[in-house]
Design a protein around this ligand. Structure first.
Ligand code: ATP
Length: 199
């Protein structure tokens, strides 16, 4: 089963691009969606987070308050490491299962925002990186999430920089401006991946 990992910095355009692949009929597996599902009541990760942080981590519906969890990850390195050690192998396994479940497709696209940071390279056969200048990411982040520039810069500073991602990419999509022709870039890559998958 041929799989392509799509990664890129925060607000670089991963979701926008994965939607274009989906429009071409490519199954899309999103590790962010898997991570959110894993934290739902009834899941092992939910029980572990609740046991670790206590009921203070829950919202009024008894669900894990993702904002609180994000704040902890953001401000406490030890807790961040605990959450990642618990959650990442579960995300990896679920993603792997989802790839297998789509084995009738030519190939699948797996969106992995922290592909390099989490060492998920072994999950995919090929790596596609969205290239977007930091200033553009900040602009999009402020606009989409209605946050201030200081926070946007802080979020970006916690990630790998784009050049480190580009250096390890097999393929690159340029999403530098509003006029980036994403559809034709995706169409070219789609053809390449179909050929690689059938080779
Ligand atoms: P995250 O890392 O936060 O999940 P992402 O990499 O999936 O983000 P998107 O949500 O696809 O990024 O894009 C970020 C924002 O920028 C969105 O509001 C999206 O509509 C906008 N955007 C992305 N690419 C373009 C483009 N080429 N032209 C205009 N707006 C764009």
């Amino acid at each position: 089963m041929f799989s392509v990992g799509l990664t890129g910095g925060i607000a670089s355009g991963k979701t926008t691009i994965s939607n274009l692949f989906a429009k071409l009929g490519v199954p899309v597996i999103d590790t962010d969606v898997i991570s959110r599902k894993l934290l739902q009541p009834g899941e092992l990760a939910y029980r572990q987070v609740r046991a670790h942080f206590g009921d203070a981590i829950l919202d009024t519906n008894g669900e894990i308050d993702r904002r609180k969890l994000r704040e902890i990850v953001f401000s406490n390195g030890v807790e961040k490491a605990w959450i990642e050690k618990m959650l990442h192998p579960l995300i990896y396994q679920r993603s792997h299962d989802a790839i297998i479940a789509n084995s009738r497709a030519d190939y699948v696209l797996v969106v992995i925002p922290l592909l390099f940071e989490t060492n998920f390279q072994s999950l995919v056969d090929r790596i596609l990186v969205v290239d977007c200048p930091a200033e553009q990411q900040i602009e999009r982040l402020i606009k989409r999430d209605r946050i201030d520039e200081k926070l946007a810069r802080k979020m970006l500073a916690q990630q790998l920089d784009n050049s480190a991602r580009i250096a390890r990419a097999h393929d690159i999509i340029e999403n530098r401006s509003e006029t980036a022709d994403l559809e034709s870039q995706v169409a070219v890559l789609h053809q390449r991946y179909q050929q690689l998958a059938s080779a």
